[in-house]
Design a protein around this ligand. Structure first.
Ligand SMILES: [Fe+2]
Ligand SMILES: [Fe+2]
Length: 192
């Protein structure tokens, strides 16, 4: 009879899942960068791409520190998040709305990663894998910083300019819309 798996087995499994997730993100982040109109947003995705490449290598160090072979296992969770991001990029939004949506897509990925690394750090600590815990914590900190940067860009102007484009002068209030005649199909007043 096969022995029941331990937390260590689950830990290695989660590491493989996360390794694959990071690799998927190294392919997705350039697409988010390319779709960005705001230059600071594009730079944020580009610099997080560089960080993500470093995170892949850091996970390889984690496997080594545990005496495990470097191996990935398809991560369905991040694949779904990336798939949703792709559908957003196919939508016909004005530039600033697209930027707001790219931030939303990017933050979904960051939060998924924060959840994964939060668990990995806690499990590594609980099992006394100090080197792995230290490395994983470094990545967790980078994910949190990337998430914060995206929030800063959203709240620092991108959301508001998208909102201004959504509620342009002719359809601010229902009454105003009636008084102002038919709505224009796509409000572009917020475009740069
Ligand atoms: Fe990452
Ligand atoms: Fe990330």
């Amino acid at each position: 009879m096969a022995e029941a798996g331990t937390l260590h087995d689950a830990f290695i499994d989660e590491l493989r899942d996360t390794y694959d997730a990071e690799k998927q993100l190294t392919k997705a982040l350039p697409k988010l960068a390319k779709a960005s109109s705001n230059s600071k947003l594009r730079q944020a995705f580009e610099s997080h791409l560089e960080e993500t490449q470093g995170q892949v290598e850091r996970l390889e160090q984690v496997f080594e520190s545990l005496g495990e072979k470097v191996r990935g296992k398809h991560c369905d969770g991040i694949a779904g998040i990336i798939e949703e991001g792709k559908s957003i990029m196919e939508e016909d939004f004005d530039d600033t709305t697209m930027d707001a949506c790219l931030i939303a897509a990017g933050q979904r990925a960051e939060h998924y990663e924060m959840a994964a690394y939060g668990t990995l750090v806690a499990w590594a600590q609980a099992m006394g894998h100090a080197e792995a815990a230290k490395l994983l914590q470094q990545t967790l900190d980078e994910e949190k910083a990337a998430d914060k940067k995206l929030s800063g860009l959203a709240e620092g102007g991108i959301n508001q300019s998208a909102a201004d484009a959504a509620h342009s002068e002719e359809d601010e209030e229902p009454e105003a819309a009636v008084a102002g005649g038919p709505r224009k199909s796509a409000a572009k007043s917020g475009r740069r």
